[in-house]
Design a protein around this ligand. Structure first.
Ligand SMILES: Cc1ncc(COP(=O)(O)O)c(C=O)c1O
Length: 470
């Protein structure tokens, strides 16, 4: 089994609280036949999450396996369950459509689809906009790319350049990979789009000028790095059709200075460039506002959302100004399952729940609690932590040697297992397996959040002793 995690059971100390229960070895030996069957049937690439069988959720923030173990979930299954796992209003909405029954409808009109569009539009800050439903985040990014190009070339055949960002992540399809900024993900692309260029995303781990704790911090320089990318590549700004940027740098859970976003917006306006944003990870209340870009006081021309905006079943959405969204004409772009009735009903219920319960406030309140603990740990473990921060309840800690810029996957795996064995669940750290995303459901009760943070503190102290210095 070529997996990141070995199927070797570890002894655990029993844990029993109202939020957590660990009563077996981890990983659970009884689960091995199922895990081995998965390994035999699916490509190895599916085997990258901790080998815990997700059986059901409890109270929106606990994940239970079939063997009586229970974890506090800090993953939201990759930032999907902002409204909580198995949210009853979403489950009821799904049940209603299943009971009709009406499971599929291609692009024929349904009440559920229109209801979803109505709910999504109720939280759209772009004036006079439309929303296009797709299936995945990558697909919404592809459509944003297509619209930016078509709209640009219509104005001027040379207006086709797109600026994106180094190390950004926008998905795994061809266009979303090209827009993304990780060279290792692109080694299979033999004919890369020659009109995509990448600027540095202003993040503090790689760039001292973007690190508020560094004497070199310089907000002027930050936007100059964008302008330098254009100058260095001899690009005429009027030939840029779009800039596409994550409103939060997903590889690190990193926010952007508002001044950078505002300068970017101004630059785009001055040169008739479409500003597209990727809200796929941080959108739908996690940032402390409904959409993350609202924290920066700007509105993009287009933006893509998926994970937290779906809340459960697969759906993504691209928002944009009316004239941009109508650029294809009827049937000019379609996909078989987009806006399927069950999925649309689930997503509509999710957006309604997030909006009516002002879940951005819950995210901001809980985020402050997590950030206070980050501040303690940064003081306690400066030799372990390369970056700790984020926005709202979209936060992470990167275990890395800041001086040498090296991620620490061995330390991180040990820490991850120490958390799992104590009843605290994370998804596999990203960014060279060293970045722990602290992204629980937004409605996690404060006592459960604090319990999870205490478990992390204990696991961190134990792992710090167990592992050699980097
Ligand atoms: C910032 C960002 N953009 C795009 C995507 C792609 O979304 P999907 O996996 O739904 O295609 C992801 C997924 O992780 C993401 O985090």
């Amino acid at each position: 089994m070529a997996a990141l995690f070995e199927l070797v059971p570890r002894e655990t100390k029993p844990v029993e609280t109202s939020n957590r229960c660990i009563k077996t070895q981890i990983p659970v030996p009884e689960s091995f036949p199922l895990l081995r069957e998965m390994a035999a049937l699916e490509p190895d690439l599916q085997l990258f999450q901790p080998p815990i069988i997700w059986h059901h959720s409890e109270d929106g923030y606990k994940i239970c396996d079939p063997y009586g173990n229970k974890w506090i979930d800090f993953s939201s299954s990759i930032l999907i369950s902002n409204a909580g796992h198995g949210n009853p209003v979403i489950c009821d909405a799904i049940r209603k459509v299943v009971d009709k029954p009406m499971l599929d409808a291609f692009n024929f009109p349904t009440e559920e689809r229109v209801e979803a569009a109505r709910e999504f539009m109720s939280v759209c800050p772009i004036p006079d906009a439309k929303v296009f439903f797709l299936n995945s985040g990558s697909e919404a990014v592809e459509v944003a790319f297509r619209i930016m190009r078509i709209a640009g070339v219509k104005k001027n055949p040379r207006k086709k350049v797109i600026i994106t960002y180094q190390n950004a992540f926008h998905g795994r399809t061809l266009a979303s990979t090209m827009l993304g900024g990780t060279p290792e993900f692109k080694d299979w692309i033999t004919a890369p789009d020659p009109d995509i260029y990448q600027a540095p995303w202003p993040e503090s781990f790689d760039f001292a000028w973007a690190d508020p704790e560094s004497p070199e911090y310089d907000e002027e320089k930050m936007f100059n790095t964008f302008l330098e990318t254009i100058e260095k590549n001899k690009i005429n700004p009027d030939e840029i059709c779009g800039v596409f940027i994550e409103s939060f740098f997903a590889p690190l859970c990193h926010k952007m200075p508002a001044s950078y976003a505002q300068k970017l917006r101004k630059f785009c306006d001055e040169h008739d460039i479409l500003l597209g944003m990727d809200e796929i990870q941080i959108g739908a209340c996690r940032s402390g506002k409904f959409w993350c870009f609202e924290n920066y006081g700007i509105v993009p021309d287009l933006f893509a959302c998926a994970k937290g905006a779906s809340g459960s079943l697969p759906i993504s959405a691209l928002y944009g100004r009316r004239e941009l969204m109508d650029v294809f004409g009827p049937g000019g772009h379609a996909t078989t399952h987009s806006g399927a009735p069950v999925v649309a009903a689930a997503a509509a219920a999710n957006i309604r729940y997030l909006r009516d319960n002002k879940m951005w406030e819950a995210a901001a309140e809980r985020g402050k609690i997590v950030e206070a603990r980050f501040a303690e740990w940064k003081k306690q473990y400066p030799h372990r932590i390369g970056y700790a921060g984020g926005i709202g309840l979209g936060l992470s800690i990167l275990f890395a040697n800041k001086a040498t810029h090296t991620a620490q996957p061995e330390f991180s795996f040990k820490l991850l297992n120490n958390c799992l064995d104590r009843g605290l669940l994370f998804s596999t750290p990203n960014n060279h397996y060293s970045n722990f995303r602290f992204v629980p459901p937004l409605n996690i009760p404060i006592d459960a959040l604090n319990e999870g943070l205490d478990v992390f503190a204990e696991a961190l102290a134990v792992t710090d002793k167990e592992m050699p210095p980097y």
